[in-house]
Write a protein that binds this ligand. Sequence first.
Ligand code: ATP
Ligand code: MG
Length: 450
Amino acid sequence: MADDKSTGEVSKEEVLAALSQIEDPDLHRDIVSLGFIKDEDINICGGNVAVRIVLTTPACPVREQMKQQATELLEALHDVEHAEVNMDADVRATTMRGQKPVEGVRNIIAVASNKGGVGKSTVAVNLALALTKFGAKVGLMDADLTGPNLPTMLGVDSGLQADTGLSIVERYGVKLASIGFVLKKGLAVVWRGPMIGTGVRQLLHDMPWGEVRVRLAGVITSVQDQQVLVMVSGQNWTVMIGEQVEIHAQNEEPLSVSQLKVNDHIEVRGTQAPDQTVQAKRIRLQDSVQESVDIEDDTLDYLVIDLPPGTSDASMSMAQEAPIAGTVIVTTPNSVSLEDAMKAVMMFEKLQVPVFGVIENMSYFACPHCGERTDIFGHGGAQVTADELGLDFLGEIPLDVTVRESSDSGVPIMVSAPDSPVAQAILEIAQKIAAKTSVQHFFAQTAAAS
Ligand SMILES: Nc1ncnc2c1ncn2[C@@H]1O[C@H](COP(=O)(O)OP(=O)(O)OP(=O)(O)O)[C@@H](O)[C@H]1O
Ligand SMILES: [Mg+2]
């Protein structure tokens, strides 16, 4: 706060000019030209300025730094006494590839390796939990059909749904689906290649991963074919009639389109509405009609997929069945697994699935007593491999016996010891992965526009 500030009011243009000095470290562009600040998200009242910056992921690694920088830049402006900066996020969806999108999921992140036992499932579980810690909506899919580990790691009884059929179970805020839910304990299942494809397809496309629940009450202003316009608090909403949208005369039985007339009072209830409708509704939610309309958007920001080891049928099916934002390769620091990591990378490149980078698990041992670090298997190999393959090194996770104990007891380390070095390492990795997903969208958009 400066004493010599005049009593004039700062303009929105000045606010934007100040904020355009902030550069997104991944996209190398200023946050104003990237569209992170909308005109309606700037409020000026005398010497007070409130700004909302909408990032592309809640797990942005520089979120706090950006907030502080924005506050300082605004408070340095003439006429600004106090600046309030709110950081928000709107995760965009991966749409750039040809495959059918997975309904209710914005981005898929696959966790892979070419060798068994390197910690894929451990990383997948804790990565999913780490993303929820930043406020993202997250799912976790077990694509290891022959050896599903996720039920045990998350404390869900194997065979729990053997008689009822597969559905989603929620654990620690993550939506989880695994074939292990329907396999009775001790029952070995042999899957042939095509069956694995079917299993992966069902897990991806038949599970209710995320949905949008809409309820709006208003007056019909127009009915045309399958499209009804409904006026709510002076604003028209477009409702596409489809399987997942019901129209009721208030509190009564569902009506068919032919029964609808202009000026009727109706209530619309929808789940997993068609895309355009969901889009329209989402935009409206940010308008002034918020209070008259009830919308719950449970669309997943990220679905993490735990893959079986190797160049498996499951990996191939996944790549064919869904647009994958990116895959991460888990390795341990010994040369055999590094060689294998290279094979995995090549397979994904052939399948045209972007590879986000390499994670080195069980990287070093941190003594629980003195904190001293011991590089049991050697060190730095994953970084070298990543460099050789032109990939990013996403981070290293120490070896810690609590990781195994936590997994065995069904309470992952991100929940049982969130401040541990392992949990902290995974949180940092999660931020890097979220940032990479956002960067990918940006380049896809730029490519589409040019
Ligand atoms: N950082 C770590 N520190 C200590 N133990 C770990 C660590 N990461 C994984 N483990 C343990 O190593 C074992 C193998 O891990 P995990 O099951 O995650 O590997 P995976 O690659 O998914 O195996 P698979 O190829 O069989 O699917 C588990 O017992 C797990 O608890
Ligand atoms: Mg596994």
